[in-house]
Design a protein around this ligand. Structure first.
Ligand code: F6P
Length: 550
């Protein structure tokens, strides 16, 4: 789809209309918006699949929502979405199609990249993953000494780590509890050390997950893992085949490492790293939860894909969430967005979203390379809500910054929680509801004073409220619900990138650091001269070397 000749975002009449509307609304308070519309709590709620999405506690009127939808229409969000689903090369700076939606399409679907149907290939890889997973879980796949595999260690970083790790944590209650799953990403040797120190190499399988198979952190860890294995087994290279498999698009490099390419699970350049955990990059997850649950998760993703591509704008949840983010980011000056799950099992969800959102939309030029004149992606942050309440919620309630937030919760605890612990759940959810309420409506000085609080303390105990939240509720954190949630955020990020007219699917911003690290490394170890090193870095390198006694 050709975006050339597009009017600059900040010159669109729809943009100006929103700016004017923002002025008009001023400090309109949620207390008044709710008082004027008793149905607001149920009226501003949408359903997608199993997700109930309450957006009533946003600083918006029907007019705001209408104007935001007009902006989406003026910036051709739906057209770009359709181009993505058609397999067009919408990742223009890398000249690639963007087809993660094909990873969860049913076998009967037809999705083409460069004229070739890709769904068949996706299902062929899924079938290969299934056979492998069944062999490992049943004990048919054994290690070099004939012992059953009990431990699976995924080695990868960024999209080749965050997704499988997050989803494994989220779906632990669906996992084979007789097995151990670990995730190694950091090139700090401590990560690998802690992951393997209590494992028996004879029972350990490494999954090396790297789209490019050139990522320095992953290859360094994989080489050290191979040394640990061969030393532990007192075996030669021939042991690698039973203890290492790879997930990659680069068969040549996989073979070079010594992994039999029969034990390689492929994917494609039309899957971005941060959109890849529902591809073979999720192999460790599939081994953990089994192929059926994995497919259930894919069906959840697909359900939201269908919704995103077909639901009308007024009921399109990813569109709405994307536009609400734009409202705060571009018209309220909000710099950050908090994601606060009320579920211990979603403890890695925000880490995962950080890459999804910030690597996608942390861009300073538009699709044509012109510097943007508007704010792009927000800083995404957060941890499970109850813990956050005793840490940073003070700032959310009474600080000077506006932090829009998503509160995510479930009606039921996970399925295998013992009955005694199940009773915690109402308390957990009461906290979620209470926080949304307190953030939105606060507590006025009059209400505080009426409680007999001494006058000098009244300002300290007053809560302004008017802090916007979206509440997402589902019946339970099932594999399908997890897929639905992730797809919802993927498409939300898509919508925002489309409005801002940036390429959400490249990541040039991570390159410079990689290149500089390669240049500096010889200086650390060997004291090699690095030409053109700045004075600060030069001094730091010298200090490091002296602290290491070099
Ligand atoms: O951080 C940059 C990045 O390219 C991510 O986009 C990607 O998920 C990660 O590195 C890992 O890359 P690979 O899977 O090729 O090892």
């Amino acid at each position: 789809m050709n975006m050339e000749g597009r009017t600059r975002l900040d010159q669109l009449p729809e943009w100006h209309a929103l700016a004017a509307h923002r002025k008009e609304l001023g400090d309109a308070h949620l207390r008044d918006l709710f008082a004027g519309d008793p149905e607001r709590g149920s009226r501003l709620t949408l359903q997608v699949g199993d997700l109930h999405v309450d957006y009533s506690k946003h600083l918006v009127t029907d007019e705001t929502l209408r104007l935001l939808r007009e902006l989406a229409s003026a910036t051709k969000v739906a057209e770009l979405r359709d181009a993505m689903f058609r397999g067009e090369r919408i990742n223009t700076t890398e000249d690639r199609a963007v087809l993660h939606i094909a990873l969860r399409a049913p076998r009967s679907a037809e999705i083409r990249a460069d004229g070739e149907d890709v769904v068949g290939e996706v299902h062929a890889v899924l079938a290969k993953m299934t056979v492998f997973t069944d062999r490992v879980r049943s004990g048919d796949w054994t290690g070099h000494t004939g012992k059953r595999i009990k431990n699976v260690v995924n080695i990868g970083i960024g999209g080749s780590d965050l997704g499988p790790k997050m989803a494994y944590e989220a779906l632990r209650s669906y996992s084979d509890r007789s097995m151990t799953f670990r995730f190694v990403s950091n090139v700090d040797g401590a990560d690998l050390h802690e992951a393997v120190r209590d494992l028996d190499p004879a029972e350990t399988l490494f999954i090396v997950a790297s789209k490019t198979f050139t990522t320095i952190e992953t290859i360094t860890n994989a080489v050290s893992a191979r040394d640990w294995l061969l030393t532990g087994l007192r075996a030669g290279q021939e042991a690698v085949a039973k203890h290492f498999v790879a997930v990659s698009t680069n068969a040549e490099k996989v073979a070079e490492f010594g992994i039999n390419t029969d034990n390689m699970f492929g994917f494609w350049d039309w899957v971005g790293g941060r959109y890849s955990y529902d591809s073979a990059i999720g192999l460790s997850l599939m081994v953990a939860i089994g192929p059926d649950c994995f497919r259930e998760m894919l069906a959840g993703f697909h359900l939201v894909d269908e919704h995103f591509s077909t639901a009308p704008p007024e009921r399109n949840v990813p569109l709405l969430m994307g536009l609400l983010g734009i409202w705060y980011n571009n018209f309220h000056g909000a710099q950050t967005h908090a994601v606060l799950p009320y579920s211990h099992y979603l403890s890695r969800f925000t880490d995962y979203l950080q890459q999804l959102d910030m690597e996608s939309n942390g861009k300073h030029v538009d699709r044509d390379g012109n510097r943007v004149g508007w704010q792009t992606g927000p800083i995404v942050w957060g941890t499970p809500g109850t813990n956050g309440q005793h840490a940073y919620y003070q700032l959310l309630h009474q600080g000077t910054k506006l932090v829009p937030a998503d509160l995510i919760g479930f009606a039921r605890p996970v399925k295998d929680l013992p009955p005694g612990l199940e009773s915690h759940h109402d308390l957990l959810m009461a906290n979620l509801f209470a926080q949304g309420q307190a953030l939105a409506f606060g507590k006025t000085a009059e209400e505080v004073a009426a409680e007999g609080v001494p006058e000098e303390l009244v300002p300290h105990k007053t809560f302004d409220g008017n802090r916007p939240t979206t509440t997402i509720l589902a019946h339970e954190l099932t594999p399908s619900v997890l897929g639905q949630l992730v797809a919802l955020y993927e498409h939300k990020v898509f919508v925002q990138g489309a409005v801002w007219n940036i390429d959400s699917f490249d990541q040039w911003g991570v390159e410079l650091g990689k290149v500089l690290a390669k240049r500096v490394e010889p200086a650390l170890a060997e004291g090699a001269e690095v030409p053109g090193l700045d004075a600060s870095t030069e001094h730091l390198v010298a200090t490091y070397r002296s602290l290491r006694g070099r």
